[in-house]
Every structure is written in C-alpha cells, then in structure tokens.
Design a protein around this ligand. Structure first.
Ligand SMILES: [Zn+2]
Length: 119
C-alpha cells in the first residue's frame, strides 16, 4: 500500500474516483448555469444601456463621438485607459482615515459612508 501513497496525485479507489468525477461534473454544471445566468444579466444590462443611449441620442441629440469621448474620459479617470473603472480608496469624512470603497461604513469609527454608485 505504501507505493500508493507515493503516487503523484495520490491514489483514488474506483468508487472515490467516480464520486470525484461526479462532483466535478456537478461543479461544471453549476459553473455553466452561473455563466448562463451572468450572460442573461449582461444581456439585460446591455439592453437597458442601449435603450438609455438611444433616448439620449434621439431626445437630446448627443452624438456617437461624444459618447465615445465620455467613455474614454471615464475610463481614464482611474489613470488607465483599459476599458475598466476601478474603485479607489476613499477618506472617511469623520476620522479622515483611508477606507475601502467596498464597505458601507468606516471600519475605524463606524461612520456611515455614502459612496458614489458609479465610482
Ligand atoms: Zn472613520
């Protein structure tokens, strides 16, 4: 039996291997379902975004060039033109310590923090 423990990757009985395969298969199904759910949410968000854009263009006359310029300006607001806007650290208005933008209140003094929803 000792040679078994020395095998790379360890030893699995056929039953254990079958169970692991089943778990992996379940994990893959869960991952596929999650990916499908995310795609559906992304499709809905893109549809809402496109609807808002068409309203701005049609009712206010905003042009595609202005939209692209604004996208680039916002992209550059975190210092990098990379297609992403990263949330940056903020200062607590009460104790002035630097805090994570992920928390709804200051982790040092408990001051509730109102974050910019688009930041
Ligand atoms: Zn604070």
């Amino acid at each position: 039996m000792s040679f078994v423990w020395g095998m790379p990757g360890g030893y699995m009985s056929p039953a254990t291997a079958e169970l692991a395969k089943s778990r992996q298969s379940g994990d893959a199904k869960t991952a596929r379902a999650k990916a499908r759910e995310l795609e559906e949410r992304l499709d809905r968000a893109m549809l809402a975004c496109e609807a808002m854009w068409s309203l701005l263009r049609d009712k206010l006359g905003v042009t595609d060039v202005e939209l692209v310029q604004r996208i680039n300006d916002l992209d550059l607001s975190d210092g990098k033109l990379d297609g992403k806007v990263r949330k940056s650290a903020v200062s607590c208005p009460k104790c002035n310590r630097t805090i994570s933008p992920r928390f709804p209140q200051c982790m040092y003094c408990g001051q509730p923090i109102v974050h910019d929803p688009f930041a």
